[in-house]
Design a protein around this ligand. Sequence first.
Ligand code: GAL
Length: 755
Amino acid sequence: MSRTIIPLWNNWLFKKDFNNSDIRKDIATDDFTPVGIPHMVQEIPYNYFDERNYQCISCYRREFAVDESMRGSRVFIDFEGVMAAATVYINEKEVGTHKGGYTPFSFDITDYVLYSKSGAADNLLVVEVDSTERADIPPFGFAIDYLTYGGIYREVCLRFVPEVYIKDVFFQPLDSDKLEKKLLANIEFENTGAENKDITYSLVLKDMQDTIIAAVTNSCIAAAGTSFQRAVLTDLQDIQVWDIENPQLYRAELCIVSDTSRDEDIISATVGFRTAEFTPEGFFLNGKQIKIRGLNRHQAYPYVGYAMPKRAQQDDADILKHELGINLVRTSHYPQSKHFLNRCDEIGLLVFEEIPGWQHIGDEAWQDVACKNVEEMILRDRNHASIVLWGVRINESPDSHNFYLRTNEIARRLDPTRQTAGVRCHANSDFLEDVYTMNDFICGSVQPDTLRDRALRPQREITGQADLVPYMVTEFAGHMYPTKRFDQEERLVEHATKHLMVQNTAALNPHICGAIGWCAFDYNTHYNFGSGDRICYHGVMDMFRIPKFAAAVYASQMPPSKKAILEPLTRYTIGERSIGGIAPLMICTNCDSVRVVIGEQDLGLFYPSKERFAGLEHPPIIISQIEGVWGGGWLDAAFIGYVNEKEVAIKRFACNPTAVDLAVHSDHTELSAYEPDTTRITVKLTDRFGNELSFSDAIIKVQLEGPAEIIGPKEFALIGGVRAFWIKTKFESGTVTVNVASEGFKTKQITIQVT
Ligand code: GAL
């Protein structure tokens, strides 16, 4: 096929300022640094940095070759995401600008490139990147509770297509609830020539093993300029629906077919056949009611912000689905990496995706950019089976009737198959969307005594509508109860309890589609939010994706057949809590019962608290009293979990924990040399039962040899007994060895193959 994509990952030059002369070919580049994409303009410490440091205008340069054989093709430069505005120059000429850091953009650079036979990199791409918080670009203009970082933090590619090419295809799986299904392709052709052209094109549906299931071939006249066509596959038999348990995907391909390969073109995407509907009576996936149990995700990582490769994005989806067991993620507050979304498709994690913004609505020009964001988000992502809802309001913004008429209209026009929503934090809001979505922070707010246990407000109190409407809670907890992983035990337990209460209340209320907690991971923020150290400790996991107690609330809702979860919410010490002891003890578990053994004494079996948490599939076990003698008689403990009377999990605690091991774990041991790649390595000190030592701040020294580098510092202290770091590859293959040392312990070595 003649569509050729050339990723531009490495061999960039970067400088943290920009002069007009930087677009010239003949300048000296001594003050530039070689970098690779994804890239952040300035690495930052984990906390206590000045967020203004990355808010700069910078310059990226990249030389590239275009082979003579490509003459006749159209040449595009595609950017997946540049924070926050970009002006692109090819061979000293400006080819375009783009405002907004979360959506993709492309420029046709055919008329600007030079061709060579020798493979010489004759062309110069220069990108002027404005990472300042410009008031004319969403989410900026007021305050925002997160950082946007800065730089070319997602992929850049050269794309070569024929004179008549496929500009866009929306593959719409239809009749997903019927035995015989359909696939409709809404196609946009672009004919860049002056004359109309006859073309033949085919729509193909394949299974993921590449076997053709159905195909149709049509002909049409591609008029000069843009033209629209439809192709449809009908009577599709034996198609499995895409579901969260069985996320069956298919591959849809749209090709321009021709005798000459240079006139051929192809766009393909994975598709899933499913129905998804938010109703006043709950959320239905393929006609089956599912209570949404979700978390919000910021795409931020320590040190490099957003600039993390594909694998880290995929791993986040896996953590949400397989470690936390949630069924939906909200991409708060912007469109996130395509790799993250692809992974959500593959593993069956539902997505609520929304446009960039935070509380503030700017002037008309600003609103135009926001409307463009709606368009860019939906055009990029409407083929994802996992996405079930478009967020078309600025998060927590006031009502703005005409603006939101516009955003809703764009969404419904570009994608009639999905409902719209818009997240607000005030009641009686102008309801222009299909689903009323609300950040309900009542749990934990100062309330009259009678309401103290109130976890969520009933929907009518919020919507002010006479009738029930599709309704979902999109945030709770968060700033109402910030909790550090290394906080005192009681606070961690209370944090978990709030998540339990809200999820339980949402589950019991038939008119709430579900609840999405704030949030999955701690995140960097501005000085005027969070704990002052530039972190909001609102996650059920920290920024390194290491769990707090509240993570077990979610994990324990997974079926035990998937993974047995048994997490007593305690550090098991005599004097960590006020007054002392570990009672009342909450155990987040999906076991039927848990036996508690203290020393030699069997305290018997304990059962889930079904009355207090009737809405949850797996309520926690609450043990109100465990006797211990203050100052004496503190003994080892064992918690043994049973499912169907079979032992499935055991958790032991040492009465006198001492550090016996430096435990080091790499999430992956095989990485790619072809593309930017990364793995997280977790470090902790553990006791004789392998438990982390929650208050250790031991110094860790990391040393790496081979074709990779450490992201962030090479020497650091553990935070609450654990910490992680990421390494990234350098487009070279070989063996990477990582030595992790801490004084007094055996140095651990991890070996990673880069191929
Ligand atoms: C919400 C907001 C989130 C986050 C959260 C903290 O109001 O939408 O972005 O700031 O509060 O709890």
